[in-house]
Design a protein around this ligand. Structure first.
Ligand code: COA
Length: 329
């Protein structure tokens, strides 16, 4: 088994208070509670208020991480942020989180990998530490998808929610705890299956852009679903093989929470019964880059993950991107 270079120390999360239920969507678009539950597994999702910016949600999650890890904010040397829905485009989201958090000794930057952003961030953090560039790397996944969701499009609006989660990556304390294997992959040829066409330099904001609704997330659901099932299976295999592990040695699978049927297919591929799979999609919907760190924090704080637990995290998202990390807690 691989000797880990880095470990994860401390977790944190922030989920907005306001909840949108399936019953709320029945009043907004032509849908039903039954359809949403059967096709996605989602019952409700949390929606940020005007004050609950990504900078604010992520800072709250990061403060919990630092407290749990016993690390001072001035000791953070890098802040890596995965998001597809930043508060603004310039400066990067990481800069605005750094400012609110007061992590003034850190280099702060975003990783653009959509729903895989948090796991890409963990992999970048491992690289920084392996290269001797970092010792305390905060990794964040945070989204305010409600701001880029088309609430007139029933095929996407029922899926997404807001929130933030984080962890700290640092050198492995005993050479046993930490990341045992990881993997990341991209297929940009499939980018037009899940995208936002305007708002960027190609189609700057205009009245026409707003009428065309290109500012919002567009998704070819069925094709995305099929790719997600295939890619998350690939990601499980690759990380486990790099760690020298097999599925039956995994104590807990934390998959990206996009669709209950994708989660079940991923678990089946990895040979894991559902009681070794963490599911919170019913409460949060798809929070993109925030979904895995929110779930991780829930598992750590509820005792579902304890010292020595082998945890496999696997994600898939726009790009398409996919990634996996297997860690001994
Ligand atoms: N309520 C009721 N009916 C709906 C609906 C809704 N909210 N959304 C779509 N439908 C309808 C469709 O219009 C279609 O009707 P038709 O047969 O008359 O054309 C029917 O349901 C089936 O649509 P389809 O898109 O095939 O449904 P699906 O079973 O694939 O489920 C998703 C749709 C979006 C839930 C599913 O494709 C999915 O989860 N995709 C991947 C999501 C994902 O992973 N996204 C992000 C990656 S991080």
């Amino acid at each position: 088994m691989k000797r880990p270079i880095v470990e994860l120390a401390g977790t944190g999360r922030y989920v907005p208070e306001r909840v949108l239920t399936n019953a709320d969507f029945e009043r907004m678009v032509d849908t039903s509670d039954q359809w949403i539950i059967e096709r996605t597994g989602i019952r409700e999702r949390h929606i940020a208020s005007a004050e609950e910016t990504i900078a604010c949600m992520a800072t709250s999650a990061c403060r919990q991480v630092l407290e749990a890890a016993g690390v001072g904010v001035e000791e953070v040397d890098s802040l890596v942020v995965g998001t597809a829905s930043p508060d603004r485009f310039l400066p990067s989201q990481a800069c605005d989180i750094q400012k609110v958090l007061g992590a003034n000794n850190a280099a702060a930057f975003d990783v653009g990998a959509a729903c895989s952003g948090f796991l890409y961030g963990l992999n970048v953090a491992e690289g920084l530490i392996a290269a001797g560039t970092g010792k305390n790397v905060l990794v964040v996944g945070a989204e305010r998808l409600s701001k880029i969701t088309d609430y007139e499009d029933r095929t996407t609006c029922i899926l997404f929610g807001d929130g933030a989660g984080a962890t700290l990556v640092r050198p492995s304390s005993d050479g046993k705890r930490g990341i045992l294997g990881n993997y990341q992959k991209t297929d940009g040829r499939l980018g037009d299956l899940l995208y936002r066409s305007s708002g960027g330099a190609n189609e700057p904001p205009s009245e026409e852009m707003l009428k065309g609704r290109g500012y919002f997330i567009h998704m070819a659901g069925r094709e995305t679903f099929k790719s997600a099932v295939r890619s998350m299976a690939d990601a499980c295999d690759q990380a486990l093989s790099r760690a020298g592990l097999t599925g039956d040695q995994v104590d807990l699978l934390i998959p990206h929470q996009a669709n209950m049927r994708i989660i079940e297919a991923t678990a089946k591929h990895a040979g894991l019964p559902m009681d070794r799979v963490y599911v919170n999609i019913d409460r949060y919907g798809n929070t993109s880059a925030a979904s895995i760190p929110i779930a991780l924090d829930e598992c750590v704080r509820s005792g579902r993950i304890t010292a020595g637990s082998i945890v496999l995290m696997v994600a898939f998202g726009g790009g398409f991107t996919w990634a996996s990390v297997v860690v001994r807690w």
